[in-house]
Design a protein around this ligand. Structure first.
Ligand SMILES: NC(=O)c1ccc[n+]([C@@H]2O[C@H](COP(=O)([O-])OP(=O)(O)OC[C@H]3O[C@@H](n4cnc5c(N)ncnc54)[C@H](OP(=O)(O)O)[C@@H]3O)[C@@H](O)[C@H]2O)c1
Length: 289
């Protein structure tokens, strides 16, 4: 998709769903830095979206009546798959409401094929592939931002512990900003249609190696507490429980351990290390956090 400003044509309009989330926020910031991109930041809570150069717009998976207004005139759309059982159906219902020329980039997950064709993640991907839109699928490993997000491990790390179920497997943690950089290219540049990118950081780390880096960043020891999958899912129910259990089964099977060079191939620069990510993050693990 070419930048049309010099011709005086309308700017390229991009809808970023999940704009408050880890990859959506990073992507919206990148897009907003570009001239002549009209960035729409989709959220079920648009009043809470305050990102320079981004126009908040109501987008909720629970409100299909609002989808056509959100996607009106959109040249490219980033879809953050909702972690809910009906995600494949919702994505399949959203795309016919979206202009047929809209380029689609879907956020999926690494090694999604592990689940078999009837699995939840492959079905969500298939809704995009079968939509008739030009598409690109991103399959990232676990995000480094889980360590700094208060909805994930930030507060536990601040308190000196990382509860996790790795079974000794490694993870190729990826910086969500690298996922966003790939998404930006796929949304705006030619050559990415029909591509499935498995996206990882530059190295696969064991959990002992991971907590060593977290300890150095936090300035106090962070101990690994290895859990069983049953212990991890304790307290959850329904689909959330199923998804957690499957995700940690996959962690233990090494689904997130393979390292790829896709970030560098697409963006031209290597993926960030966990050490660099933690150094950029400042001091998110203060005891008061
Ligand atoms: N996390 C990982 O390591 C990882 C790895 C591989 C794949 N994935 C996949 O990536 C997708 C995104 O997952 P995620 O867990 O990383 O979620 P996320 O993108 O950080 O957040 C998802 C959504 O949660 C809502 N939200 C609710 N409260 C929020 C708050 N306080 N701050 C920010 N957002 C808030 C936002 O939507 P509203 O604004 O509409 O409320 C946001 O877009 C999922 O499909 C997941 O399976 C995640």
């Amino acid at each position: 998709m070419t930048n049309q400003s010099s011709t005086g044509a309308d700017p390229t309009r991009v809808l970023v769903t999940g704009v408050r989330g880890k990859t959506g926020l990073a992507l919206a910031r990148l897009l907003a830095e570009r001239p002549s991109i009209d960035v729409l930041g989709g959220s079920s809570n648009p009043d809470s979206v305050n990102i320079g150069g981004v126009r908040p717009i109501a987008f909720s998976w629970d409100d299909p009546a609002g989808w056509s207004a959100a996607t009106d005139g959109v040249d490219a759309m980033y879809i953050v798959r909702p972690d809910r059982a009906d995600a494949p159906d919702l994505i399949g219902a959203l795309l016919p409401e979206t202009p047929s020329r809209t380029r689609i980039v879907l956020l999926s997950e690494q090694d999604a094929d592990y689940m078999g064709a009837a699995g939840w993640a492959p079905r969500a991907e298939r809704a995009v592939r079968d939509s008739g839109h030009a598409w690109t699928i991103l399959r990232p490993s676990w995000f480094m931002q889980v360590f700094t997000d208060p909805r994930f491990y930030r507060d536990q790390v601040a308190q000196g512990e990382l509860p996790f179920s790795s079974g000794g497997a490694r993870l190729a943690w990826i910086d969500a900003r690298d996922i966003a950089a790939v998404a930006e290219r796929a949304l705006l540049d030619e050559g990415h249609a029909g591509q499935v990118y498995e996206l990882t950081g530059p190295e696969a780390l064991s959990l002992p190696q991971t907590v060593e880096l977290l300890s150095a960043a936090a300035g106090h020891p962070v101990a690994l507490r290895e859990l069983t999958v049953d212990e991890v899912v304790d307290g959850t129910t329904g689909f959330e429980r199923e998804l957690f259990a499957l995700t940690f089964e996959r962690v233990r099977a090494g689904s997130f351990a393979a390292v790829t060079d896709s970030v560098e191939r697409v963006t031209g620069r290597p993926a960030r290390t966990l050490r660099a990510f933690l150094s950029d993050a400042g001091s998110p693990f203060g005891r008061a956090a």
